[in-house]
Ligand binder design. Structure first.
Ligand SMILES: Cc1ncc(COP(=O)(O)O)c(C=O)c1O
Length: 371
């Protein structure tokens, strides 16, 4: 075993240092122009993001949560309308459905931790209006199966692709399967802003027009108010920073996939762990590894051992999935999600990690299970 290291779960200052000069030049330029709200940096970023995922429209919004809420508001949910969403997601996914006037109905997940289409099928009722697949950990769900359920029952799909910019299923980008997809630029995301930021992507012209109006106080292109709206614009200065990172985005994804392959090579043989599918192991999936979420026997003891050896790990959502938040009143029984929450954890995954860091993490995990 090599000398002790300190491996933070996430290293924001290191990420800043990598691009410091370029970012400061660009931010200074925005400040010098006094260009704060809906200026050319935002418009350019929206164009570049839309081109990246191959859709007609990207609409910058305040954060990924608003990127979910605004499309749901645009769908005009009525009281009692149900939208199926996985329980293993950030509470924001279900909260968006609630705040849009609908009822979130929680589905189970499968071994890859993403929404399980069989669970979704069982939950469809005559009140169901839509499905919100969550493209969790940088991977796209089995969209063919979900799409066929949606078609059979006349349901809309709004994708929570907050964690999955650049991930693909059958060569199609996350966020482009339904009427709209939301992307989060929360600082820890693979395309992370320096604060809150998000975007909605859509190919539908009329829907995009409605979203532009909703994010800007209900004002149409001529400035007159045509519906109740929100103030949910992506800050121009964040857009300027995101443009710098978007240019390098593919290299971030390459590095994350390399790290996932290193984890796989070292940890794949440990029977005590369940790893995410390895990069390239399934021809239909191109995963970007926003997170590296594993299941582990003796999870809490393993985390304590890693902490002792200087390696920080975390549990998504603080270790509970949505149906376990008792105050929200859910009564669902979801066997896989239930069992998984005693076992799931995130290993460090970001571009500031070196190969030696990954070797050290794997050495520490192996040592734990050998003991
Ligand atoms: C799956 C998922 N949904 C929704 C969100 C909400 O995004 P934001 O924090 O940008 O509002 C996030 C990210 O934090 C997320 O990971």
């Amino acid at each position: 075993m090599t000398a002790r290291r300190t491996i933070p779960f996430f290293d924001y200052p290191a990420l800043f240092r990598e691009l410091e000069q370029e970012i400061m030049t660009s931010v200074r330029d925005v400040f010098a122009r006094g260009a704060y709200i809906m200026q050319r940096d935002l418009l350019d970023f929206e164009k570049e993001l839309a081109a990246y995922v191959g859709v007609k429209h990207a609409i910058g919004v305040a954060d990924g949560t608003m990127g979910l809420l605004l499309p749901l508001l645009a769908m005009d949910l009525k009281l009692g309308d149900e939208v199926i969403v996985p329980s293993h997601t950030f509470v924001a996914s279900a909260a968006a459905i609630h705040h849009a006037g609908g009822t979130p109905v929680l589905a189970d997940c499968g071994r890859d931790h993403l929404i399980d289409p069989q669970s979704v099928r069982k939950l469809v009722t005559k009140r169901t209006r839509g499905i919100m697949p969550v493209q969790l950990n940088g991977r796209v769900a089995y969209m063919e199966a979900l799409d066929s359920i949606a078609r059979e029952h006349g349901l809309f799909i709004v994708e929570d692709s907050c964690q999955a910019l650049g991930a693909k299923f059958k060569n199609r980008f996350a966020g482009t399967f339904g009427v709209a997809g939301s992307i989060s630029f929360y600082p820890s995301k693979t395309l992370g802003a320096f604060g809150d930021a998000g975007a909605i992507i859509t190919d539908d012209d009329a829907f995009a027009e409605k979203l532009h109006i909703l994010r800007d106080h209900g004002r149409g292109p001529d400035g007159s108010v045509c519906m109740w709206g929100y103030n949910s614009r992506l800050d121009n200065v964040q857009a300027a920073i995101l443009r710098i990172k978007l240019k390098r985005y593919d290299s971030y994804v390459v590095r994350r996939r390399e790290i996932a392959s290193l984890y796989q090579a070292r940890l794949g043989r440990l029977s005590q762990l369940l790893l995410p599918p390895a990069p390239g192991s399934e021809p239909d999936h191109f995963d970007i590894f926003q997170n590296y979420e594993i299941e582990a026997d003796h999870r809490d003891e393993l985390r304590a051992h890693l902490e002792e050896h200087g390696v920080k790990t975390i549990l998504q959502w603080g270790g509970k999935v949505i149906h376990q938040f008792q105050k929200l009143g859910f009564t669902e029984t979801l066997p896989y999600a239930q069992k998984m929450t005693d076992r799931f954890m995130l290993l460090p995954m970001n571009t500031t990690l070196s190969d030696d860091d990954i070797e050290y993490i794997c050495d520490s995990i192996e040592a734990f299970y050998r003991a």
